[in-house]
Design a binder for this molecule. Structure first.
Ligand SMILES: Cc1cc2nc3c(=O)[nH]c(=O)nc-3n(C[C@H](O)[C@H](O)[C@H](O)COP(=O)(O)OP(=O)(O)OC[C@H]3O[C@@H](n4cnc5c(N)ncnc54)[C@H](O)[C@@H]3O)c2cc1C
Length: 324
């Protein structure tokens, strides 16, 4: 799949020394164009320092920076072992153990670690689902150039967005209001049937995108939200990224804020702390206001989509980062 890297994420990539690679292998997105339900342009917004990139390319660039020798693949963490309320040993599915000095877990939206240390905090599924696909089309890449286009039709219970990823690839997604449409639909033929149902109401660009689509590699995602945790650490483990704060995809801040977390922690590590606990607390204080804002703005964007009659004006389809 692919995603939009917002200016805060790009700044971190710049600090990591991979800005040029992102510029070369991703695609600068210079403007966002909104289309209304009649297919007319309703808003154009210029974008600065935003890049789209495929997930494999993003991971490859981060792997190259970190060094492959520092990463272990195919090692699924399975069991936590504790001593005096602190996790002091990790057991992997392959039967191996690690006794770490510090544990930082970024095991994603469905984080096993978060469920272990904060079992009382659950993610909540929202009424928006998302179908996502990547297509290859020199024609559409050339047409779009550096533009992210979003068609808004919340009255009919869906939006569709498309953006170029570079290398003649594009990612498209459809946001679906499951209060209006019967779900789930997870098999390729069910997803294809849904896309055919909405096909005729779409502007030409989006129809062309669906014509290029391979439904065997098109997926439907459940969307989840969670309120801000009271801390990002417990039992000696620090959570980061989606594990610490699952964000709605409406914010387009998932990847960028995960990168921001990592960068913030590395900055804090320049200073000496009385304990690991003190470091983790400082990290939470440094990040909680920004994350709280993403959570709140994500909820507003979701509400605009699910209850459009409440709003006279539709905001931009993402949350811009504001420095503290
Ligand atoms: C449909 C959709 C669209 C999105 N669009 C955007 C967008 O436009 N812009 C944006 O910024 N973000 C977007 N996101 C969100 C973005 O993908 C995530 O926010 C981002 O990947 C979070 O990074 P992360 O490192 O925290 O978690 P992840 O990328 O989920 O990485 C977690 C890693 O942990 C590994 N793991 C999990 N459990 C274990 C275990 N027990 N042992 C070992 N490893 C484990 C997983 O295999 C995975 O590699 C979107 C997400 C979805 C679903």
């Amino acid at each position: 799949m692919g995603f939009l890297i917002m200016p805060n994420g790009f700044k971190v990539m710049d600090e990591m020394g991979i800005a040029q690679k992102v510029q070369k292998e991703g695609m600068p997105i210079l403007r966002a164009v909104m289309m209304n339900e009649e297919g007319r342009v309703s808003n154009i917004q210029s974008m600065d320092c935003c890049y789209s990139i495929s997930r494999p390319t993003c991971i490859k660039l981060l792997e190259q920076t970190l060094g492959y020798e520092n990463i272990q693949y195919k090692k699924e963490m399975n069991t936590f072992h504790e001593k005096d309320g602190i996790v002091n040993q990790l057991e992997f599915k392959d039967g191996t153990f690690v006794n770490p000095d510090v544990i930082i877990a970024s095991d994603g939206m469905n984080s096993k670690t978060r469920k272990y240390i904060f079992p009382e905090f659950q993610t909540k599924m929202v009424a928006e689902k998302e179908i996502v696909s990547i297509i290859y089309s020199p024609e559409l890449s050339k047409n779009l150039k550096h533009t992210f286009v979003k068609y808004l039709n919340p009255e009919r219970g869906f939006n569709m967005g498309i953006l170029p990823l570079g290398g003649n690839e594009l990612v498209w997604y459809i946001q679906i209001n499951s209060n209006i449409h019967d779900l789930p639909m997870k098999t390729p033929s069910e997803i294809n049937a849904f896309c055919s149902e909405i096909f005729f109401s779409l502007p030409n660009l989006f129809k062309r995108a669906l014509e290029y689509t391979d439904y065997d590699s098109t997926y439907m995602w459940e969307m989840n939200t969670m309120d801000l945790l009271p801390a990002f650490h417990k039992k000696g483990i620090l959570l980061m990224g989606d594990a610490a704060h699952p964000l709605l995809s409406f914010t387009s801040q998932g990847t960028s804020s995960a990168l921001d977390d990592a960068w913030n922690l590395s900055e804090l590590l320049q200073t000496k702390y009385s304990s690991t606990e003190a470091l983790f607390k400082t990290f939470y204080e440094a990040r909680k206001y920004t994350i709280q804002r993403y959570i709140l703005e994500g909820k507003i964007l979701l509400d605009q989509f699910l209850r459009p009659h409440k709003y006279s004006n539709v905001a931009l389809p993402f949350v811009n980062h504001v420095s503290k």
